[in-house]
Design a protein around this ligand. Structure first.
Ligand code: NIG
Ligand code: FE
Length: 380
């Protein structure tokens, strides 16, 4: 097996238990995995090498929450919000109509384009949800396309109730039956995760529980959109079913924070949403101080958060959510990996997949210190 040495690393972030951050460091990669890291002068000989000239090297970002299978544009909604309109979950149906009308080739090209944007900004692992098809056929093809790009695919047939003409609960019950029946059967082979949007205007606690339990019975792992637009039962439900992630967590009671702290559920914070909907940012400090594991992700979607940039999320989390630069980087890498129950990515300790980003900067702190600047020089 050939070995490759990356040397003259000004600052190396590994998240290794003993040496999480090193200076004047080097890294050896063999067979796609980290086989050694340490101080530059101690580096072993390798078959090839490159000198990064004192740059910082960080684990590739793990974006644990995206909705990349979509067509259409909702910039007009964003423009209206910036002049005072509130965000409404119902806007999802606009993207559903555009997605259903788009041929596979167009959806595939959109996913590829957004993943290329993400990679250029340091993301090396991305989760992708369905949720803009909302028919058996359109959800299944969304997931089949997503699976061409990532193993982290999530069935979100329970995103919103489509074509809800009467607003009666009967329609919701019929749609939950479809999601947990024929739709789940067709989609489960393409998905690792099951998700539900538990919120007023989408699905209530009992409906969400039904969806998650059906997904679990079909062999999928649960995660949830919870407490995004207001206080609600989503976080408690996430903990109750042992979900890997409760994402959004914008409106939390003390009981919600306590429940998360004693659980294996990662609280996913998605600052692009609050930026783009003018909602208050979630309080990361409160969660971290309570002992909750926090991840950061983009939630890249055309409605509530049309950013593909993890560095942007890191910068906002530091500036407006009470995170230190180190905490924000951890949440955007290792935290994202924990949200996806992965131990092979999100860090660069020995044995980890050698997914890393070389920054055009001497320290990872520049990710927040220089917001909006394209700092990712190379991605492996
Ligand atoms: O994560 N919360 C639900 N779904 C998306 C929004 C989707 C949309 O507005 O199109 C989210 O914010
Ligand atoms: Fe989302």
């Amino acid at each position: 097996m050939t070995s490759h040495l990356v040397t003259n690393i000004g600052e190396l972030v590994t998240w290794d238990a003993d040496r999480p951050i090193l200076h004047d460091a080097a890294l050896v990669v063999e067979g796609g995995r980290v086989s050694w890291f340490g101080h530059r002068v101690d580096a072993p000989a390798a078959d090839s090498s490159n000198d990064v000239g004192g740059a910082a090297v960080i684990p590739g970002f793990v974006d644990s929450h995206t909705h990349l299978v979509f067509a259409g544009d909702r910039s007009a909604e964003f423009e209206a919000r910036m002049t005072g309109e509130p965000y409404a979950a119902g806007g999802i149906r606009t993207t559903v109509a555009a997605t259903r009308a788009a041929p596979d080739e167009q959806l595939r090209a959109n996913v590829a384009r957004h993943l290329a944007e993400m990679r250029a900004q340091g993301t090396t692992t991305a989760e992708i949800k369905s949720g803009y098809g909302l028919t058996v056929l359109d959800e299944a093809r969304s997931l089949a396309i997503a699976q061409e790009f990532t193993e982290e695919t999530t069935f979100l047939g329970a995103h919103v109730v489509p074509d809800l003409s009467t607003g009666s609960r009967g329609d919701v019950a019929a749609y939950v039956d479809l999601v947990t029946g024929a739709m789940l059967e067709k989609c489960a082979p393409y998905a690792r995760w099951i998700d539900v949007f538990c919120e007023d205007g989408a699905f209530g606690a009992d409906e969400a529980r039904t969806v998650l339990e059906a997904g679990i019975a079909a062999g999928l792992l649960p995660r949830i959109h919870a407490n995004q637009l207001g206080h609600g039962p989503g976080v408690q439900l996430a903990v109750e079913v042992g979900a890997a992630a409760a994402d959004h967590c914008t409106y939390l009671s003390d009981a919600d924070v306590d429940a998360l702290a004693g659980s294996g559920t990662v609280a996913g914070l998605l600052p692009g949403v609050e930026f783009s909907t003018r909602q208050p940012y979630p309080d990361a400090r409160r969660l971290i101080d309570a002992g909750v594991t926090v991840s950061l992700a983009t939630d890249c979607n055309p409605g509530s958060s049309y950013t593909s940039s993890m560095p942007f999320c890191v910068a906002v989390a530091v500036r407006d959510m009470g995170m230190s630069p180190r905490e924000a980087l951890w949440s955007a890498t290792k935290g994202g990996a924990l949200s996806l129950r992965r131990d092979d990515v999100g860090h660069l300790a020995v044995g980890a997949t050698a997914d890393y980003a070389v920054l055009n900067a001497p320290s990872f702190v520049h990710l927040a210190y220089r917001p909006g600047v394209p700092l990712v020089a190379a991605v492996s």
